[in-house]
Design a binder for this molecule. Structure first.
Ligand code: SAM
Length: 322
């Protein structure tokens, strides 16, 4: 099993399939995606090869992310190739929910297990202001369909002070919807330092309020993401908190990332990753990919440096995939 020098084991791969995103979230790409339109993103075969290598090293869960993964027309093919790999028991997609009602059935037919949808507000106008798109109703309808066809659905919400830190609507929603709703503390990137200073809010106060109101911690699985989850007997849904600024956040890290251009990143906030694209070609033995990844992982640092306002090479999360 792939392990680093601090004994952390990596069973979870976040695999980006594109840098392009069509939303203009205020904390990420407020001016929209400005990168090159002609980048050569990893092909379905190369993506399959990444996962074959990682699966041979103990990876069990793969999350496809971006940019916006649904902008790739071949996403169903990518899902189905990854789904068939021995050892992979969960394939998930993180999406902004754009045209989700039309797309989600194809993904489920291709073998998707889990969907993470970003919803930063359940107030339609606020959602529009944050993302640049008046599409909350469409996203919610997509979630309804996803659940009806049997997908496990989680929601990601970036927590922003005085924008969406009032949980009233979310709590109402969770009364009847068995969904895990995860608040992620906004993280500082080099593109968004001013925004971060103005809007970052720690999840600790929310955690304390939840505990006071009878929410209880859930014991998490080995391949689970970084959220601390809470459940309550009066609610069908759960609340998760992702608090990257909290003490010991990195000590349970079980994730590695590969970008859509084939770079291995040991952390969202590390320096530039290393290219593993040459190992993804059919003439190269899978062993070479495995050796390169295992060696590089030994350089993973104990923690990120976000608390000292060092975001590494991260300009915005569409580059590597959140
Ligand atoms: N386009 C997809 C989406 O919207 O979910 C996938 C990519 S997006 C980069 C993945 C997640 O990262 C989203 O939930 C997004 O809200 C979150 N994210 C982006 N920038 C962030 C930041 N600076 N701090 C915290 N979360 C961020």
């Amino acid at each position: 099993m792939l392990q680093d020098r601090f004994g952390r084991r990596f069973s979870y791969l976040r695999l980006s399939v594109t840098e392009v995103c069509n939303f203009r979230c205020n904390y990420c790409l407020p001016q929209g995606y400005k990168g090159r339109a002609d980048e050569q993103y990893l092909t379905p075969l190369e993506l399959e090869r990444v996962v074959r290598g990682f699966a041979a090293m103990g990876t069990q869960k793969v999350r496809l992310t971006g940019g916006e993964p649904s902008l790739r027309r071949d996403l169903p093919e990518i899902i189905s190739r990854i789904r068939r790999i021995d050892g992979i028991h969960t394939v998930a997609v993180t999406t902004n929910g754009y045209k989700l009602p039309q797309k989600v059935k194809q993904w489920a037919d291709a073998g998707l297990h889990q969907l993470n949808v970003s919803i930063d507000s359940l107030d339609a106008q606020e959602f529009h202001r944050i993302t640049g798109h008046d599409r909350l109703a469409e996203v919610l309808e997509g979630i309804r369909i996803a659940r009806a066809i049997g997908l496990k659905v989680k929601v990601n919400s970036v927590l922003m002070k005085s924008i969406n830190d009032d949980l009233t609507h979310t709590l109402e929603f969770l009364k009847t919807n068995p969904i895990s709703w995860r608040f992620i503390e906004v993280m500082e990137t080099s593109d968004q330092q001013v925004f971060f200073r103005q809007f970052h809010q720690s999840g600790e106060s929310i955690k304390n309020n939840l505990l006071k109101d009878g929410w209880q911690p859930v014991v998490s699985e080995k391949t689970a993401g970084p959220a601390q989850e809470f459940w309550h007997p009066d609610y069908a849904g759960r609340i998760g908190l992702i608090m990257p600024y909290s003490k010991d956040f990195c000590s349970t890290c079980n994730r590695l990332r590969v970008s859509s251009l084939g770079k291995l990143h040991l952390c969202l906030f590390a320096e530039q990753g290393i290219s593993i694209r040459k190992y993804l070609q059919p003439e190269v033995e899978l062993e070479e990919l495995i050796r390169a990844v295992s060696n590089h992982v030994q350089g993973k640092t104990e923690t990120h440096l976000l608390n000292s306002h060092n975001s590494g090479a991260m300009a915005n999360l569409s580059q590597i995939g959140g």
